[in-house]
Design a protein around this ligand. Structure first.
Ligand code: CA
Length: 256
């Protein structure tokens, strides 16, 4: 687990002396010509909303009811995986077999019950600023989430008015395979009408980073949870920053 007291190895961004990390040089330059950077694809849980503590708590609590032990930390490691995929990892470990469909249904229902009793997740600090910076760069703002809630667009509109359009959203309703498969991000590129090299992804989870990198997209990881930066780096992230405020700073630093 990451030591919350350890000083960040990153510079104190936001100060006047801020300069973009060298990795930014790998980014395509913004412009109107070939290779222009024209879309930013945002994940939702742990990026736009601080919802991961609720998910992690709900997973951990629900699993315990069935004799399966899952720490909140492990829930973060599996973030983005389908419910059945997550349950089967634990079932294999503790029972030596996959869970039956009925068991999956019951555990997932228990998780949903705990999750729904949690207070509503707040917008992630810095996310509004990051979205604003993406717009100011002239980029399309695209949502790529595994979540499949009917009220998703209203909730986004409530907290981030004017940023998201239904035709530029990829949700759990759209994809067959989901993260870590590249499918959701490939679909995001398709909906935005841009090539991989013209886009940037903002993710927080290792499996999300894997998905984005599988789609060939430059990926900024905002490490908003308890995982070590190295886990996101190993998943393929091009840049790892501590939070969405830093993502906003990065995007702003690209404005010319
Ligand atoms: Ca996420």
């Amino acid at each position: 687990m990451k030591d919350q007291k350890a000083p960040s190895p990153l510079p104190l961004w936001g100060s006047a002396s801020f300069s973009p990390p060298r990795q930014l040089k790998a980014l395509p330059q913004r412009g109107s010509g070939e290779g222009a950077f024209s879309a930013v694809l945002f994940d939702m849980d742990g990026v736009l909303f601080d919802s991961m503590p609720n998910h992690a708590y709900a997973w951990s609590h629900a699993m315990t009811q069935f004799g399966l032990e899952m720490t909140a930390y492990e829930a973060y490691l599996h973030e983005g995986r389908t419910g059945s995929g997550t349950i089967n990892i634990l079932a294999q470990r503790y029972w030596g077999r996959d869970a039956t469909d009925e068991e999956i249904e019951r555990i997932y229902a228990a998780k949903a019950e705990v999750f729904n009793a949690c207070p509503e997740a707040k917008p992630m600090p810095g996310a509004f600023e990051a979205l604003t910076a993406a717009k100011e760069l002239g980029c399309k703002v695209v949502l790529v989430t595994g979540s499949a809630q009917a009220s998703l667009l209203q909730r986004l509109e409530e907290h981030y008015p004017g940023f998201f359009r239904e035709e530029l959203m990829v949700t759990g309703f759209d994809v067959k395979r989901g993260k870590p498969d590249p499918e959701p991000y490939l679909m995001g590129l398709q909906k935005a009408g841009v090539k991989a090299e013209e886009a940037i992804v903002v993710e927080n989870a290792p499996l999300g980073v894997e998905s984005a990198k599988g789609a060939g997209i430059f990926t900024i990881a905002a490490n908003t949870g308890p995982l070590e930066d190295s886990i996101l780096k190993d998943a393929g992230a091009d840049i790892v920053v501590p939070g969405m405020k830093d993502v906003a700073m990065l995007l702003r630093s690209m404005q010319k």
